[in-house]
Design a protein around this ligand. Structure first.
Ligand SMILES: NC(=O)c1ccc[n+]([C@@H]2O[C@H](COP(=O)([O-])OP(=O)(O)OC[C@H]3O[C@@H](n4cnc5c(N)ncnc54)[C@H](OP(=O)(O)O)[C@@H]3O)[C@@H](O)[C@H]2O)c1
Length: 266
């Protein structure tokens, strides 16, 4: 009986997906700002979900980053470079487009971009990591940090491993993990990277770059008696791309600043 119900539910979902694609229900026109590894992975997932990519902007055709071109889209998805992201996002907001951005390494300007968005009554969602698995990992990290607040015998550190083409160090995901810990573990006030020596008030983030390397993040609590580790390993870019498309779908019709916690309703 259980098997028949599951089969029936699965079939209904498949039929519903095809109906949505056929009648163009909830179909979005997407402007991809950045058409590198992530831009291409997003196009594949978005197309499979029945959406259309109406512009693909990279450095070669950066002149297309202007209202007349952008306004043919319903939403912009931005995955470029840290130095380009703030201007790209502001240009899309100015053109009236909701923006999903996954570019990492520009945290110092994030507040300014968010204020600009609110001023323009725009819509913006940034995530250092769009993978659903990593967002579950973030929640586990927060819970573990809250539990560890009263167990001072444990020291905490973070390790991240990525491919050598990654520009920013430490990864945006590692910074998010450290920030969430600092908000819950009173004995930790800052995060540090090499060559700054860690101390009892800092969380040390170790970054390793090698090829090939599935994106890996580990949070480790160590005491003299034992270690507790939580680890997330990404097997491909598909998880990030799917999360970014889900976020773009979720933003439809909304105004304000949002995060993946809003999308996933944690
Ligand atoms: N949040 C997440 O879940 C997540 C997941 C993976 C990666 N990321 C981040 O996403 C970003 C992109 O990663 P990627 O792997 O796709 O990098 P990538 O393969 O190097 O692609 C970057 C793209 O951005 C374009 N670009 C550079 N400057 C630009 C500008 N000023 N305006 C418009 N486009 C510009 C590049 O164009 P050209 O090729 O013409 O130079 C290229 O198409 C990085 O910051 C990475 O850390 C985030």
């Amino acid at each position: 009986m259980q098997i028949i119900c599951n089969h029936y539910a699965e079939m209904s979902l498949i039929i519903l997906t095809y109906i949505c694609i056929y009648f163009n229900l909830n179909n979005m026109n997407i402007a991809l700002i950045g058409y590198g590894k992530m831009g291409r992975a997003i196009e594949e997932i978005a197309t499979r979900r029945g959406h259309s990519v109406v512009s693909r902007i990279s450095t070669a055709n950066i002149q297309d980053l202007r209202p007349a071109v952008l306004q043919t889209a319903d939403v912009a998805i931005e995955f470029t470079r840290p130095e380009a992201a703030p201007v790209n996002i502001k240009t899309c907001i100015e053109a009236g487009l909701p923006v999903v951005s996954g570019t990492t390494g520009w945290n110092n300007l994030k507040k300014e971009v968010e204020e600009f968005c609110l001023e323009k009554n725009g819509c913006f969602l940034h995530a250092s990591n769009f993978s659903i698995g990593v967002n579950i990992f973030f929640e586990i990290n927060k819970k573990l940090a809250s539990l560890m607040n009263k167990y001072e015998v444990y020291d905490v550190s973070i390790k991240e491993i990525h491919h050598t083409a990654k520009i920013d160090t430490p990864s945006g995901t590692a910074i998010s993990l450290a920030t969430d810990i600092i908000q819950r573990l009173e004995r930790k006030k800052v995060w540090t990277i090499s060559p700054v020596e860690p101390n009892s008030r800092s969380i040390y983030i170790e970054s390793e770059r090698k090829d090939p390397a599935p994106g890996t993040h580990m949070v480790k609590y160590s005491s003299e008696i034992d270690d507790i580790k939580i680890i997330h390993t990404a097997h491909s870019r598909a998880g990030f791309a799917l999360g970014a498309v889900l976020a773009a779908e979720w933003l439809s019709g909304k105004k304000g600043i949002f995060s993946m916690s809003d999308v996933l309703q944690f």
